[in-house]
Design a protein around this ligand. Structure first.
Ligand code: ADP
Ligand code: MG
Length: 259
């Protein structure tokens, strides 16, 4: 049985069918990319899986349990993690303190405890930071980190509730090509080593084709293709719908070639 099974998912905003009968599955340990042009319905799909948006129709099952109708916090407790941008207010905390906050939250401890328990969960937080290669920078404030390092801390935070499924909506936005590749390689390693299913969106085709185990393609709310990177790249409909509209396939192919 797959970890996540999405069946005939639908969501409209007014008359706009943002997600229109989408079905796909994510297996444990698999890095699945969700791609498509702007407005294709990627974020809407993500937000239905994490419970921020309620689906109009269809089914979203995690290990056989229906998620539609559940609160985001319940879905999170059931093992759906997501990356959040580190909020401004937490930028003054150190790297390890940010992860400790996430661990406290995972335990439903009260924020006030924080003041009295500076050591609380520190070892666990350091272990998570170790997994993303940020242990050495644990005691620096997040505000002084390089952008790519902040993203790695965000990944450690998302790992705090030991997710079965990790959702990453444009995790590499604003990053340089090398940083993007490093972050996705890390996500892929964590997925494979810990059998976590990862569903991510990404604009950069070189990153998608280099790191995804499988790709699904949305266009105007509909799923138009799915398969391995090679299969999707050679799909005539993907070339037409996704790579069309101003970007020639040759240019995209060249970009992939330069990855
Ligand atoms: P993507 O993430 O693939 O760029 P989105 O899921 O954000 O696409 O958007 C899909 C469609 O739904 C777009 O036409 C967008 O304008 C519309 N949409 C998304 N969110 C809302 C919303 N909260 N209210 C109204 N329309 C929305
Ligand atoms: Mg989006």
């Amino acid at each position: 049985m797959s970890l996540l099974k999405v069946t005939d998912l639908g969501k409209s905003f007014g008359g706009n069918r943002a997600v229109d009968g989408v079905s796909f599955e994510v297996a444990a340990g698999e890095l699945l990319a969700l791609i498509g042009p702007n407005g294709a319905g990627k974020s809407t799909t993500f937000n239905m899986v994490n419970g921020q948006l309620r689906a109009d129709s269809g089914s979203i099952k995690l290990d056989g349990t229906e998620l539609i109708g559940r609160k985001p916090r319940d879905i999170w407790h059931r093992g759906v993690g997501r990356t959040f941008q580190i909020a401004e207010t937490f930028a003054s905390l150190t790297v390890v303190e940010n992860v400790q906050m996430a661990l406290l939250s995972a335990d439903a401890k009260l924020y006030q405890l924080w003041q009295r328990a500076a050591q609380h969960k520190r070892d666990e937080a350091l272990a998570l930071l170790d997994q993303v290669g940020m242990k050495a920078q644990a005691d620096r404030p997040c505000s002084v980190l390089a952008y790519g390092d902040v993203k790695r801390v965000e990944l450690a935070i998302a790992m705090a509730n030991a997710p079965k499924l990790l959702l990453m909506d444009e995790p590499t936005a604003g990053m340089a090509p090398k940083e993007r590749n490093d972050l996705m390689a890390l996500a892929r390693r964590l997925a494979h080593e810990q059998s976590i299913g990862v569903l991510f969106t990404e604009h950069s085709m070189d990153v998608v084709f280099a790191h995804a185990d499988r790709i699904i393609v949305l266009a105007r709310g509909e799923l138009i293709a799915e398969g391995t990177p090679c299969e999707v790249r050679d799909d005539a409909r993907v070339r037409e719908v996704y790579f069309g509209g101003g970007t020639t396939f040759e240019r995209v192919a060249a970009e992939i070639g330069n990855a």
